[in-house]
Design a protein around this ligand. Structure first.
Ligand SMILES: C[S@@+](CC[C@H](N)C(=O)[O-])C[C@H]1O[C@@H](n2cnc3c(N)ncnc32)[C@H](O)[C@@H]1O
Length: 255
C-alpha cells in the first residue's frame, strides 16, 4: 500500500482500525477519513456518534477525529461495547460516552433534546430491520447539524433490502431536510440539502486524489445522472483507467 504524505495521520488510523475485529471495507475507511478531514478544512465542528459499535472498528476512526470539546457517543446494547471500550482506550484523550442500551431508548433521554442539531457525523450500524433503521434515522436526524453527515451501513446491500427501503422512505418524507449525496461499499451518505453542494463538489474536486493518497487505486467515482435527476455519487469498482466516470452518454460529462 502506497500511502503518501497528503494524509500523514492515515497510516496510524488505518493500523488502529485494522487491529479491531469488525465490519468495515478498506475503501470506507479511506472515504470516512477523507470526509472527516474535509470537515476540518471547512471548520465544521460538532459531536460524533454511532449506533451499533460492536468492538469499535468504525468508532476507531471517529475517536481519531474527535477534537477537544466534541463528544463521541457510542451506542450499543450488547456486551461487545465493553470490548470497544478497551480497544478505544488509548486512541483519544477526549472522553467517550459509552451508552449501553438499545438505540430506541435514546428517545427517552433528555440528552437528545439538549444536543439537537449539534453532530457533525452520525453512523447508523445497529439493528438491521426496517423499523430499527427508521428509528435510528429519526434519532440521527434530530442530532445532525446543518453541515454534518449521516452515514448508514448496509445501504444497497442485497442481503438487507429493508435498510435501503427504510432509508429511501425516510428521505422521501424529509426531502427538504436530508438528501443522499454518495453511496458505495455498503454505505449511504446523507446531508442537509443546502449543504450538499459542498460535499458533492469535494467529491468531484478532491476525493479521488484523497483516496489515492490513502493507498487506494481500485475505485472509480461514478456520477451517471444529472443533478436535477438524482444528485448522488457512486463509489464503486474500477472502470477502465478512470478515477471519475460521468454520464453513460458521455463519461466525460459531470453534471
Ligand atoms: C454490524 S455490528 C456493528 C459493526 C461496527 N460498526 C464495526 O465497525 O464493526 C452491529 C452492532 O449493533 C448492535 N445492535 C443491534 N441492535 C441494536 C440496537 N437496537 N441498539 C443498539 N445497538 C444494537 C449489536 O450489538 C452489534 O454490536
Amino acid at each position: 500500500m502506497n500511502i503518501n504524505a497528503a494524509s500523514p495521520r492515515y497510516p496510524q488510523i488505518k493500523a488502529d482500525v485494522d487491529r479491531v475485529e469488525g465490519f468495515l471495507a478498506d475503501t470506507s475507511i479511506a472515504v470516512w477519513d477523507s470526509l472527516l478531514e474535509y470537515q476540518k478544512t471547512r471548520y465544521i465542528t460538532g459531536h460524533l456518534g454511532e449506533i451499533g459499535v460492536y468492538k469499535g472498528k468504525s468508532a476507531t476512526i471517529l475517536a481519531h477525529h474527535q477534537c477537544s470539546g466534541e463528544e463521541l457517543w457510542l451506542v450499543d446494547f450488547s456486551n461487545f461495547i465493553d470490548e470497544a471500550k478497551i480497544n478505544l482506550a488509548s486512541i483519544t484523550p477526549n472522553e467517550i460516552r459509552y451508552i449501553k442500551q438499545k438505540s430506541v431508548e435514546l428517545f427517552r433521554s433528555p440528552d437528545l433534546a439538549t444536543h439537537r442539531r449539534t453532530f457533525r457525523w452520525f453512523h447508523i450500524d445497529g439493528e438491521h430491520t426496517g423499523q430499527a433503521v427508521a428509528t435510528d434515522l429519526a434519532i440521527a436526524h434530530e442530532l445532525l447539524a446543518d453541515d454534518g453527515i449521516i452515514c448508514i451501513d448496509d445501504f444497497l446491500n442485497p442481503a438487507y433490502p429493508q435498510i435501503s427501503a427504510a432509508t429511501f422512505a425516510f428521505l422521501q418524507a424529509h426531502r427538504f431536510e436530508l438528501t443522499l449525496f454518495a453511496c458505495g461499499y455498503n454505505k449511504g451518505y446523507m446531508v442537509r440539502p443546502t449543504y450538499a453542494r459542498h460535499y458533492l463538489q469535494m467529491i468531484r474536486d478532491t476525493l479521488a486524489k484523497e483516496l489515492r493518497a490513502r493507498g487506494l487505486d481500485n475505485f472509480t467515482l461514478w456520477k451517471t445522472s444529472p443533478g436535477a435527476d438524482f444528485d448522488c455519487w457512486g463509489i464503486h469498482f474500477r472502470y477502465g483507467d478512470r478515477d471519475y466516470r460521468g454520464l453513460d452518454s458521455n463519461p466525460n460529462e459531470f453534471c
